[in-house]
Write a protein that binds this ligand. Structure first.
Ligand code: MF3
Ligand code: CO
Ligand code: CO
Length: 289
């Protein structure tokens, strides 16, 4: 599609092309000529979409704040699910994971050796020493936001605490690696280098993802990678960074009974933190955390 200066921009902002994404397109064209992979237009969000994702994230962040105030030994993961579900519905949102490809609950709760996609249950009671990831995805007015945090229940082992802290730092290293007009591969490279230098391994079977108009959009955000490779990160892209870091081997297996929950193959601990971010003209905005 070739647009003239006075045409309406392809991003549906309603603005004229030359007052909107003309310079952006010129920049991408130069990079494309240098053989860089550039994002498709559908991955670039306009102001209205970004505002919609921000409002969805207000609910998503509110749920994680509520969980952080409430979570303790003796609660079941079903209790956490109920809390989040009711909070979401009361604010006009929809829990995105509920019935997503058959997932039965309103969030994921992954404990100790569970890597991700743990299913809340009234039979799973939190106990002293557990580490748990609570992963929440919210839809509001068709806009999606996605984030997860780790919680330490009571007194946890030094090994568990260190894993939780280093994994959070892995997410921070990933966030710091995001530069407008930089490379997607810089994110995985930064995370992998930090995790491995602490003796940990990085899960490869799952990654971050574009998000906003759907739960999972392109690109796949690997938490391993090589600097200066993969897709160009352009302003307007919204995606998650969500490293899953293991104390032992990076190998995982999926629960055969429920078809969802991923566990570490060696039974060692795993942790994860997730943010949804926007690439801006001069850096990033953390939208959900
Ligand atoms: N929130 C998860 C993510 O970070 C998606 C969970 S999908 C589910 O991508 F079906 F497992 F809930
Ligand atoms: Co998530
Ligand atoms: Co995600």
């Amino acid at each position: 599609m070739i647009l003239s200066n006075d045409d309406k921009c392809w991003c549906k902002s309603g603005l004229k092309y030359n007052e909107c994404h003309l310079d952006f397109d010129k920049k991408l064209q130069v990079l494309k000529k240098q053989c860089c992979t550039v994002p498709k237009r559908k991955l670039i969000k306009n102001k209205e979409q970004i505002e919609g994702i921000r409002r969805s994230a207000e609910i998503n962040n509110g749920i994680l704040d509520l969980v952080s105030e409430t979570i303790k030994a003796g609660m079941t993961t079903e209790d956490i699910n109920t809390l989040a579900h009711e909070y979401t519905i009361s604010r006009g949102g929809i829990p995105a994971t509920l019935n997503y490809e058959g997932f039965p609950k309103s969030l994921c709760t992954s404990i100790n050796d569970e890597v991700c996609h743990g299913i809340p249950s009234k039979d799973v009671i939190l106990k002293n020493g557990d580490i748990i990831n609570v992963d929440v995805t919210t839809i509001l007015n068709g806009y999606y936001s996605d984030a997860s945090r780790m919680f330490m229940i009571g007194e946890v082992s030094d090994e568990a605490r260190k894993l939780v802290e280093i994994t959070k730092e892995c997410l921070n290293k990933g966030l710091e690696a995001v530069k407008p007009w930089g490379f997607l591969g810089d994110i995985g490279a930064a995370i992998q280098e930090y995790a491995q230098s602490n003796g940990y391994s990085v899960v490869r079977d799952f990654g971050g993802h574009g998000v906003g108009l759907q739960i999972h959009e392109d690109p796949f955000v690997s938490h391993c990678g090589t600097k200066g490779t993969d897709m160009i990160l352009a302003p307007g892209m919204v995606f998650t960074i969500e490293p899953m870091i293991n104390v032992g081997s990076s190998k995982i297996f999926i629960d055969e009974d429920n078809g969802w929950t991923a566990y570490t193959a060696d039974g060692a601990l795993s942790a994860q933190w997730e943010n949804t971010i926007l690439v801006t003209e001069d850096g990033i905005e953390i939208i959900s955390k």
